[in-house]
Design a protein around this ligand. Structure first.
Ligand code: NAD
Length: 359
C-alpha cells in the first residue's frame, strides 16, 4: 500500500514523540512492504512563531493530499500570554473543525505490567479494556448563544447546550460499529433525568440500538458513570457520550492506565481523513530532555493504521509489540522505572519486539 501521512510534531515533546513514532511507521513499512510517505507540517506555537497562524495554509493544503494525520502536541508557556490574539490551541480547534472530526476515540487498557502504576487497586483495574467515544464538535463547547452581560442582579454568563438528532445519531452509530468488533456492549452516558438535550440523546441512542439487536445497549447517567469508572471499570466495553461529559470522563478513565504517556486517541469525522494523537499535552516540564514516553504516540500509529488505512494486522502487531516490550521490563521515567529508558530507548524496545514477532 502507498499512503501519504501528514506529520504535525507541534510543540514541547511533540517533535520527540513524533520522530519516535516515525521509526515504528518505517519498521511496519519495511516488514509489510508498504510505501509510507511523510509530509511534515507546522501546527500550534511553532506555527505561530514561523507564520503567525496556528494552522497555516500550507498545513491545510497538505491535508488535501493526505490519507491520515499524526499529531504530537501543541502549546506551552511561551504562548500562554492571555492577551495574545492567537494561541496554539486555536490550531487544534481549527483542525477539528476544518476536517469535521465529530468523534474522538480513546481506548483505555490496563496493562498487567503497569497495574501498580495506577492509584487504583490492582484488583479493580486488572483486565480493563474499554473504548471511550466522545462527541467532539457539538454540545456546550460550541452552542450559541454564548455571552456575558451585566444585569441589575449582577454579571450573567450564558453557554448553550445544543444537539440535533443527526449529530447524536452519527456518533452513536459509530460507537455501535466499533462495539461490533469488541465485546458488543454500548453504554450511552447522559443526564436524561435533568437535561432536554440528554433526553434527545437517549431517544436517538435507543433508536440506533433497536437496529443492532446483536449488541447490548445500556443507558447510564453521567454522575453514576463517573462513579462506576473507578469502582467497576472492567464492566465497560464501549462508552459513548456528548462532548463535555466525554471530556471529563475520558480524563478520569485515563487514570486507569497509570500514565498519560500510555494513551492514544483517534479523531474521526465526516471525511475520510482521521487525526491521531496521544491524549497528553506538550509536557513542557520535560520537553527537550529526550525522556517523554513515546508509547501513546506509537499506539496512535496503530490506531491510524487500523482506522484510516485498514491495516488491522499491522496495527495489532504494534499493540502486541508494546505489550511485549513492557513485559520485558521496558519503562520510561513516568512509569516509575528505577533505570528509565529514554524516548528513543523505549521506541527501540518496541522495535525490537516488533522484529522478534513472527512475520
Ligand atoms: P501535559 O499532558 O502536557 O502534562 C501533564 C504531566 O504529564 C506533566 O508532568 C508531563 O511531564 C507529563 N507527561 C505528559 N505527557 C508525557 C509523556 N509522553 N511522557 C512522560 N510524561 C508525560 O498537560 P499540561 O502540563 O496541563 O499542559 C501542557 C501544555 O500542553 C499546555 O500548553 C496545554 O494547553 C497543552 N495541551 C495540549 C494538548 C494537545 O496538544 N492535544 C492536550 C492537553 C494539553
Amino acid at each position: 500500500m502507498q499512503a501519504n501521512i501528514v506529520l504535525l510534531p507541534g510543540d514541547g515533546v511533540g517533535p520527540e514523540i513524533v520522530s519516535a513514532a516515525k521509526l515504528i511507521f518505517d519498521a511496519v513499512a519495511r516488514r509489510h512492504h508498504h510505501d509510507f510517505r511523510y509530509d511534515e507540517q507546522l501546527i500550534g506555537g511553532i506555527a505561530i512563531d514561523e507564520t503567525g497562524d496556528p494552522l497555516p495554509p500550507a498545513t491545510r493544503a497538505a491535508f488535501e493530499r493526505a490519507d491520515a494525520v499524526l499529531l504530537g502536541a501543541v502549546g506551552g508557556p511561551r504562548w500562554d500570554d492571555p492577551k495574545a490574539s492567537v494561541r496554539p490551541e486555536q490550531g487544534l480547534l481549527a483542525l477539528r473543525k476544518s476536517l469535521g472530526l465529530y468523534a474522538n476515540l480513546r481506548p483505555v487498557t490496563a496493562y498487567d505490567e503497569l497495574l501498580d502504576a495506577s492509584p487504583l487497586r490492582r484488583e479493580r483495574i486488572e483486565g480493563v479494556d474499554m473504548l471511550m467515544v466522545r462527541e467532539l464538535t457539538g454540545g456546550l463547547y460550541f452552542g450559541e448563544p454564548r455571552s456575558r452581560s451585566t444585569t441589575p442582579q449582577g454579571v450573567r454568563a450564558v453557554d448553550t447546550l445544543e444537539y440535533t438528532d443527526f449529530e447524536v445519531r452519527r456518533v452513536v452509530e459509530l460507537a455501535f460499529r466499533l462495539a461490533a468488533g469488541r465485546r458488543r456492549l454500548v453504554t450511552s452516558v447522559d443526564k436524561a433525568n435533568v437535561l432536554e438535550s440528554s433526553r434527545l440523546w437517549r431517544e436517538v441512542a435507543t433508536d440506533v440500538g433497536a437496529a443492532h439487536a446483536d449488541i447490548t445497549l445500556e443507558h447510564q447517567l453521567v454522575d453514576s458513570a463517573a462513579m462506576r469508572l473507578v469502582t467497576a471499570p472492567k464492566e465497560f466495553d464501549v462508552i459513548v457520550t456528548e462532548n463535555m461529559f466525554g471530556d471529563i470522563l475520558s480524563d478520569e478513565a485515563s487514570v486507569l492506565a497509570g500514565s498519560l504517556g500510555m494513551l492514544p486517541s483517534a479523531s474521526l469525522g465526516e471525511g475520510t481523513l482521521g487525526v491521531y494523537e496521544p491524549i497528553h499535552g506538550s509536557a513542557p516540564d520535560i520537553a527537550g530532555k529526550g525522556v517523554a514516553n513515546p508509547v501513546a504516540t506509537i499506539l496512535s500509529v496503530a490506531m491510524l493504521l487500523r482506522h484510516s488505512l485498514g491495516l488491522e494486522a499491522e496495527a495489532a502487531s504494534i499493540e502486541a509489540a508494546v505489550t511485549q516490550a513492557l513485559a520485558a521490563g521496558a519503562r520510561t521515567a513516568d512509569l516509575g522505572a528505577e533505570r528509565p529508558l529514554s524516548t528513543l530507548g523505549m521506541a527501540e524496545a518496541v522495535l525490537a519486539a516488533l522484529d522478534s514477532a513472527a512475520p
